[in-house]
Design a protein around this ligand. Structure first.
Ligand code: ATP
Ligand code: MG
Length: 249
């Protein structure tokens, strides 16, 4: 739950008066232009950035609460660009997702099943022992998603996880994420530039541009023209008036 959230970075209000509630099992697509504050919002939800105003709660507790440790997964915008000097296989990378403070010193076999399952889910069985540095961009992206799947996180935040992924893997990933929501009750908040793709899969869309300009079922998400209206952009050739069926919140 996010309530009148305002986040300031430097001296600039990046997002202002943002409010929404995400229910368990929902798959929410977060979209908006470059620099509109999407990553900032995610970082604030994760508790990495302080709110200048407003509040954020996850399962009824502040997002900074210790109770959320291991329960919230994050795939960052730059997650797939690991430093080139790190030598780590796909399996090792995914295993990192299963590390918690509790099991850090337990024997390695314990989580093997979850690790193998996660690698299968993202379709990387064939490169399980390959160095992550030698994978294609899309494969690497799937590996970092595999890592979050292997964790116990049930609230998963993804920042542009589809960048650099070919259409086929992208569709199978979206389907996979959707299935996780339906069958395992995971909750997903995902940023994407690919509005068409995310709209097809997400149950709900939030359009952020400093503040929330649209929040509703994906089927009702406006087309390009509707978006321009949302953003207050005037059409140069507006010789016809459209009835836009704007839903009241
Ligand atoms: N560390 C920072 N210090 C000050 N301002 C920042 C910082 N990081 C980002 N900003 C500013 O915050 C605004 C929102 O950035 P943010 O990264 O949240 O946008 P975004 O919606 O994720 O964009 P993109 O689609 O390009 O990833 C931008 O105007 C940016 O200049
Ligand atoms: Mg961003």
């Amino acid at each position: 739950m996010v309530e009148n959230l305002t986040v300031v970075r430097g001296s600039k209000k990046v997002i202002e008066d943002v409010a929404f509630t995400i229910r368990k099992g929902e798959f929410v697509g977060l979209v908006g232009p470059n620099g509109s504050g999407k990553s900032t919002l995610l970082l604030a939800i994760l508790g990495f950035l302080n709110a200048a105003n407003g509040k954020i709660e996850i399962y009824g507790e502040p997002s900074t609460s210790n109770r959320h440790l291991g329960k919230i997964g994050w795939v960052s915008q730059a997650a797939a660009s690991l430093p080139p000097n790190i030598r780590i296989t796909v399996e090792e990378l995914v295993r990192l997702g299963t590390l918690t403070r509790k099991n850090m010193f337990l024997r390695k076999g314990r989580n093997q099943e979850r690790i193998t399952e996660a690698i299968e889910m993202v379709g990387l069985e064939e490169v399980i022992h390959t160095d992550v540095a030698r994978l294609s961009g899309g494969q690497r992206q799937r590996a970092v998603i595999g890592r979050v799947l292997a964790s116990e996180a049930d609230f998963i935040l993804l920042d542009e996880p589809l960048v650099g992924i070919d259409r086929e893997s992208r569709n199978s990933l979206l389907k996979l994420l959707d299935e996780l929501c339906h069958s395992q009750g995971k909750t997903i908040l995902m940023i994407s530039h690919d509005m068409a793709a995310i709209r097809q899969t997400a149950h709900r869309m939030i359009y952020l541009e400093e503040t929330v300009k649209f929040d509703g079922p994906s089927e009702e998400f406006p087309d390009l023209e509707g978006l321009a209206n949302l953003r207050g952009i005037e059409h140069v050739h507006s010789d016809h008036v459209h009835e836009h069926d704007k839903e009241e919140e």
